[in-house]
Ligand binder design. Structure first.
Ligand code: ADP
Ligand code: MG
Length: 759
């Protein structure tokens, strides 16, 4: 599937931007010196006394000073990479560095200025020019644009800018972004438009574009697919992918005192960058077998570019001013390490997911359909002609089959339409037909015409589709003899040659320098002992200085490590504090039972790197939960069997479906007492009883009086004597207000007052 090639290292170049106005106004010193010839960056640290005579030296593949032109960078460093993408390699360009050092300037530059436009627009031009000059090749160019901010991936080309995308991995093609939109582009203008749309979306969400861009990574992806027939006439497809990455600013994000959301944000912002650093360290180290690609989205997505099958160029951007010296040194050390990463670039030949192949197959399928249609038509026409007999149309038959198929089709269609029209007219004019019959025949003809039209439309649509698809496939070789084109090509070649020459010179110079030091000693012969001592002393001094420089470097690096560790510890402490709060809440305010349930259901999704909870029904070992609850019948509301039993067993409200509220009248507490009649001494009682019994015998004749009084008597009252002779203890009879108490002496009609009853 792929041609393997020997390994090559990641190419690292450093670019130092000019002093900006602010820095000039503030009269900051320049601490960076750039030796373009030797490919070296020299940094003086103003804080260290010895550094003025012993600057720190870093050597790179090539370096660019403040006078460097965008096009020089492109020709020398990026053009070869883009060329290999056109051959089917994967390629990646990273811009790394502190905010404000020219990452975006290097990647995008000033868009409409040919002199100052960056790698991305230059590569557009390069790719489409290459295609236009190609011969016997078919190309398909696609572009995608995404952003990683706080470990979330956003598709800058999609309509829905709130959506976050996920990373997925497939064994055959590796890591990819699921549902990332990509647009097929046919020209420089189109792909520029795609970039502009993405850039607009990038700035829309951000309140402060500068801050946002310094905290997010933007990746512009161009996929170039190329199909070519080999000598055996077999079709081969090569796919090259170019990742153009504008990284987040490498300066440390301050997170002192941050808590909660802010802390999380701060820890996430640089996560991808520190993960990138860890990946680089692990790759360079050689001892570690585990490369922590999975630690961040960026490193996962660009896994191929770091120790994988891609070609990679890293541009480290630095500023020249003294106040940035720490960051500058950090950047240089970081990129110095990246120099040693080894990649094994290889051509992606005939990958399964090539869109070009799908396009070709689809076009072939549609063409076949079209052919079938026209074939059918031809047959029909021939049949028709055979029926009609030849009338001058034989000429057309003599034409070759594929001679202007479309024109033929159109002629055919028009002819049929005309014929139908003629028939229609004939029917209209034919007086021998009954009206109804006419209508019927007319309808039939109209339907036929409609069918004919439909068929034609479908055919046209098919043809248009084929055309549209074919137009997306780019073929070159049109203006190959164009004079200016030829000249331009020559110019480019010259420039490339010069760039190559420069590169070789630099390499030779670097090699010579290192060899000089090694061989100096061997070659030298000494005329006298004194001379030998002198020369050796000089050498010793030189070596001693070198030793000191290395020691200082070690010290610096250690210091940087300590700082980093302290910061990590601080972050850890803050996270632990956060965790303790969560613990407090869980342990004290969430029932243990509930917590256990959640713990039982939770699992870690490696793909998304999130904890998730399984749906309840899938808990395998808890069968009770798996069965659907039975329903209890006979209630006004739907009630499960479980609730029904629980209702019976427990008096609590939990399962009561009805009459949960007690709606009885709430009577107030009583404030009065029952009446208690006085206790009568037994002697008195006996006397009274006897007296009452005597009274029983008294006969009163009150018939006349009774009749006159009858109407005024209350209905319950009667003059009849009570049958029992016992003293009344019932409530009614003992009430002192009863007007006919028989116990009253004196007048038989009106009871005497008994006076107040003592309590
Ligand atoms: P970054 O993307 O790294 O934060 P920018 O690319 O936005 O930095 O650059 C900051 C400023 O410096 C911009 O105004 C840019 O035009 C200017 N600049 C950067 N590099 C250069 C350069 N090599 N030549 C001229 N101007 C530059
Ligand atoms: Mg930027």
């Amino acid at each position: 599937m792929s041609k393997s090639k020997s390994s090559e290292t990641v190419k690292v170049v450093v670019r130092c931007r000019p002093m900006n106005e602010k820095e000039r106004d503030a009269k900051f010193g320049r601490v960076v010196a750039v030796d373009v010839k030797l490919g070296q960056i020299l940094v003086r640290n103003p804080k260290e006394a010895s550094s003025s005579d012993h600057p720190k030296v870093f050597t790179f593949d090539s370096v660019y000073d403040w006078n460097s032109k965008q096009i020089d960078l492109y020709d020398e460093t990026f053009r070869p990479l883009v060329d290999s993408v056109l051959l089917g390699f994967n390629g990646t360009i990273f811009a790394y560095g502190q905010t404000g050092t020219g990452k975006t300037y290097t990647m995008e530059g000033v868009r409409n200025d040919i002199e100052r436009r960056g790698v991305i627009p230059n590569s557009f031009e390069h790719i489409f020019t290459h295609i236009s000059r190609s011969q016997n090749q078919q190309y398909l160019v696609r572009a995608s644009y995404l952003e990683i901010y706080q470990e979330e991936i956003k598709d800058l080309l999609s309509k829905d800018q709130t959506r976050r995308l996920e990373l997925r991995e497939r064994p055959d093609t590796g890591v990819y972004v699921k549902d990332l939109s990509s647009f097929v582009t046919k020209s420089v203008r189109e792909i520029e438009h795609v970039m502009n749309v993405g850039n607009q979306n990038r700035s829309v969400g951000a309140t402060n574009m500068n801050e946002h861009s310094s905290r997010s990574h933007a990746i512009f992806v161009i996929t170039v697919e190329c199909s070519e027939l080999d000598v055996d006439g077999e079709n081969h497809i090569r796919v090259g992918k170019l990742n153009l990455v504008d990284l987040a600013g490498s300066e440390r994000q301050t997170k002192t005192g941050a808590q909660g959301e802010r802390l999380k944000e701060a820890t996430k912002i640089n996560l991808s960058l520190s993960a990138l650093g860890n990946v680089i360290s692990a790759l360079v180290d050689g001892r570690s077998s585990h490369i922590p690609y999975r630690d961040s989205k960026l490193t996962r997505l660009l896994q191929d570019s770091l120790g994988g099958n891609a070609r990679t160029v890293m541009v480290a951007n630095i500023g020249p001013a003294s106040y940035n010296v720490e960051e500058t040194l950090t950047t240089l050390r970081y990129s110095n390490r990246a120099k040693n990463i080894k990649n094994k670039p290889r051509i992606n030949e005939d990958p399964k997911d090539a869109l070009l192949r799908e396009f070709q197959e689809e076009i072939a399928r549609l063409k076949e359909q079209l052919e079938k249609r026209s074939g059918k038509k031809k047959k029909r026409r021939q049949r028709k002609r055979a029926g009609e007999g030849s009338d001058g149309e034989d000429l057309e038959d003599g034409e070759t089959e594929d001679d202007d198929e479309e024109g033929d089709d159109k002629g055919d269609w028009r002819e049929q339409q005309e014929k139908l029209e003629r028939e229609r007219k004939a029917i209209m004019e034919d007086h021998s037909l009954v009206a109804e019959e006419k209508v019927l025949l007319l309808k039939e003809k109209e339907k036929k015409m409609e069918d004919l039209k439909k068929e034609r439309d479908a055919g046209e649509m098919l043809a248009a589709k084929v055309k549209a698809m074919e137009s997306k496939l780019l073929v070159g070789g049109k203006n190959i003899v164009d004079h200016t084109n030829e000249q331009q090509k020559m110019l480019e070649m010259r420039r490339q040659e010069i760039a190559e020459q420069k590169r070789r010179e630099r390499e030779m110079q670097q090699q010579m320098d290192s060899r000089d030091e090694e061989t100096l000693e061997l070659k030298e012969t000494y005329s006298s002992l004194q001379q030998e001592v002198d020369i050796k002393t000089k050498k010793l001094k030189k070596l001693f200085a070198k030793l000191q420089a290395v020691k200082a470097e070690i010290h610096d690096i250690q210091e940087a490590h300590i700082n980093e560790r302290q910061e990590l510890e601080q972050t850890q402490n803050e996270l632990t504090r956060d965790l303790k709060l969560k613990h407090l809440i869980i342990e004290n305010f969430i029932p243990l039972e509930e917590k256990n349930k959640i713990v039982h259901r939770a699992y870690f999704d490696e793909e998304d790197e999130y904890w998730k909870t399984r749906p309840i029904t899938r808990i395998e070992d808890d069968h009770q939960m798996m069965s659907r609850p039975l329903s209890a019948v006979g209630y006004r509301r739907p009630l499960s069997h479980h609730a029904h039993t629980a209702m019976m067993m427990r008096p609590a409200m939990r399962y009561k479906a009805e009459n949960i509220m007690v709606l009885d009248m709430d009577l107030p507490a009583r404030t009065t007492k029952e009446y208690q009649e006085p206790v009568i001494a037994p002697k008195v009682a006996a006397a009274l009883e006897s007296a009452l019994r005597d009274e029983d015998e008294i006969q009163v004749d009150a018939s006349g009086f009774h009749s006159s009084l009858g109407s005024t008597l209350p209905p319950g009252a009667s003059l009849k004597k009570p049958k029992s002779g016992r003293p009344r203890t019932g409530k009614k009879s003992s009430t002192p207000t009863s007007p006919f108490s028989p116990s009253s002496p004196g007048s038989p009609l009106y009871p005497q007052s008994r006076g107040l009853v003592p309590k």
